[in-house]
Design a protein around this ligand. Structure first.
Ligand code: AMP
Length: 575
């Protein structure tokens, strides 16, 4: 007798379970299934997504449904369309050997009439989002007056999303004597209120400890200054070349902005938030599922339904407003028995929040340093080598090989490897060579003199209508520095130099890292030589920064020229 059989599941379900490759029941399944099969009881289960909770309520519900009747017997409410579809799909898999079971998914943004006809055909189980469900009840398209089982899935999320009224309204159309099974990752007061109002002596089960995050998720935080959030994110991605992650931002606007920047900088990123149409969201999710997107930047609400099991990292670009939400975020990784990492990029002023998060997840955070240039370069170099080793050679390459061999003649193996690796690696190393450590916000030491002053190169000059005074005014306006803070302004024909105290260096470089004016990129770099214009020019040409802050990449022919290569480059790998 296998362990699922011991729980009391019937043969049809056991066969489906075998097909799905489940070997042992998960903790929540072990605790919930026998109770729900044997008793007609209410239940409150504290369990995260990824713990197998869909099956924990799905198996017993399917087994208890009367397949002889076509009446709606089970209702499952879930917060998002994605989750709703995911649950419906899972239930269909579970019931594949029970031909007479019909499951209908009811959610907004799709044709209400086709959903209504699906119910009419005899859906014994309806999986619905609260808004659409309410709508269909009021239009008489669904009858839930005789249901026997009602599941409130991700109850805390539904309440967070403001569905309290809808849920109470929907439940008022259901019979008193049904069984209600509430699943929630956390137990805030509102959920307890719902449980109290709509349930009678529920059996309580808890998976892991109350409100705790998944035990196989490691929590880390990275302390940076506010303006370094984005560069820090890039470094975390660069230090994890195989990252497959969800990056959480607080607002739709930030989500869009961060995703756009990442795409511009050559990362495989995408945005997921409520301002996108359903179609756009579906496309993004499809790309994420098949790994075309490695970094999915999402709002909390939009990320609710993400049903991807292999997420390696959750990155909290910003912490959520509600600390409880962190549990949901980190629960996107470490699913289905896998391990994961939840990273928090945090500033000094937010540091105290880590303590309250630790209380909620009942785990400690590990303070980590943003990887420095050397570490990243090393990781990427090895990654590159392993990519070369594992790459499949294209058939078309064969035809050109003799000519290529001719070109490369005379190079021995070691030389060839060095050169090949360098082709890709130099761009990256050049970029990182010029950056300072992010979590030690001392000023960039590259060319700060002993006098605590830093000299910069800027690619605007007299040709652009500047003189020392107007350039100083321009710099003041852009940086918020005082007049006396910008000095030694030296305007040349097509470029200029200026100084600030070294304490402002990071700020200045950050402000001008992606700076665009009248469609032109304004590039500021620390100058290694106060008057060395020849050297500066050479440096610029040779060492274009790898990513979005590259003058050469974005503006290869100088001011105002179109970036003809830009689109093509974005399609290439980051390397
Ligand atoms: P859930 O928490 O219901 O979202 O489930 C998370 C994932 O775990 C889904 O992909 C399920 O198919 C999978 N799963 C559920 N139960 C088991 C099990 N007993 N063994 C292995 N995988 C499971």
């Amino acid at each position: 007798m296998n362990k699922f059989e011991q729980l009391g599941l019937n043969e049809a379900l056991l066969n489906a379970i075998a097909d799905m490759g489940f070997v042992d029941p998960s903790e929540v399944q072990e605790k919930a299934i026998p109770v729900l099969l044997e008793q007609d009881t209410d239940m409150v289960a504290l369990a995260q997504t990824g713990t197998g909770k869909t099956a924990a309520f799905g198996f017993p519900m399917i087994q208890k449904i009367d397949v002889q009747s076509k009446r709606t017997q089970g209702l499952i409410l879930s917060p998002t369309r994605e989750l709703c579809l995911q649950i419906a799909q899972e239930l269909k898999l579970y019931s594949k050997y029970m031909k007479r079971i019909n499951v209908a998914a009811i959610y907004g943004g799709a044709s209400i009439s086709s959903q209504a006809s699906e119910i009419k055909r005899g859906a014994q189980i309806v999986v619905a989002t609260p808004g659409r469900m309410k709508d269909m009840i009021s239009r008489g398209m669904v009858d839930i007056t005789n249901i026997e089982y009602c599941v409130l899935d991700e109850a805390d999320e539904m309440l967070n999303m403001g569905f309290y009224e809808d849920i109470t309204d929907i439940l008022s159309h259901t019979p008193e004597e049904k069984s209600t099974w509430l699943f929630s990752a956390t137990m805030p007061k509102e959920v307890a209120r719902i449980a109290k109002k709509f349930m009678t002596s529920p059996v309580e089960i808890t998976v892991g400890s109350k409100n705790s995050g998944a035990q196989n998720v490691q929590h880390e935080y990275y302390l940076v200054s506010g303006r370094d959030r984005y560069p820090a994110l890039k470094r975390l991605a660069d230090a994890n070349p195989d990252i497959f992650s969800v990056v959480f931002c607080r607002t739709k606007r930030d989500t869009q902005k961060v995703a756009e920047k990442l795409i511009e900088d050559g990362y495989n990123a995408g945005a997921l938030h409520g301002d996108l149409s359903q179609n756009q969201r579906d496309i993004v999710m499809k790309s994420f599922r098949n790994r075309q997107i490695q970094m999915l930047v999402a709002t909390d609400v939009a990320a609710r339904g993400i049903d991807v099991d292999d997420v390696t990292h959750v990155i909290n670009y910003q912490l959520p407003d509600e600390t409880e939400t962190y549990t949901h975020r980190s629960g996107r990784t470490g699913r289905a028995g896998k391990s994961g990492i939840s990273m928090v990029i945090i500033t000094k002023s937010e540091l105290k929040k880590i303590k309250s998060l630790e209380r909620i997840i009942q785990q400690e955070f590990e303070p980590k340093k943003i990887p420095n240039a050397e570490e990243i370069c090393e990781i990427q170099l090895y990654h590159l080598a392993s990519n070369i080793k594992n790459t499949t050679v294209h058939k078309e390459v064969e035809g050109y090989l003799p000519a290529v061999m001719d070109v490369l003649e005379g190079l021995d193996r070691e030389e060839l490897i060095k050169k090949m690796v360098s082709v890709e690696f130099s761009r990256f190393a050049n970029y990182y060579n010029r950056t300072s450590d992010l979590d030690q916000p001392s000023a960039n030491g590259q060319s700060s003199g002993n006098d605590g002053s830093t000299r910069y190169f800027i690619n605007v000059g007299a040709k652009d209508g500047y003189d020392w005074k107007s350039l100083k005014d321009f710099l003041k306006a852009q940086t918020g520095l005082e007049r006396d803070d910008v000095y030694k302004v030296d305007v040349k024909d097509s470029f200029s130099f200026f100084n600030t105290d070294t304490t402002h260096a990071e700020e200045i470089l950050q402000i001008f890292s992606e700076f665009k004016m009248d469609g032109r990129f304004i590039n500021v770099e620390v100058s290694s030589n106060a008057g060395g214009r020849g050297k500066e020019r050479k440096k610029r040409r040779e060492g274009s920064r790898r990513s979005g802050n590259s003058f050469e990449r974005k503006n290869p022919k100088g001011f105002g020229s179109k970036n003809k290569g830009g689109k093509q480059r974005q399609k290439k790998s980051r390397w």
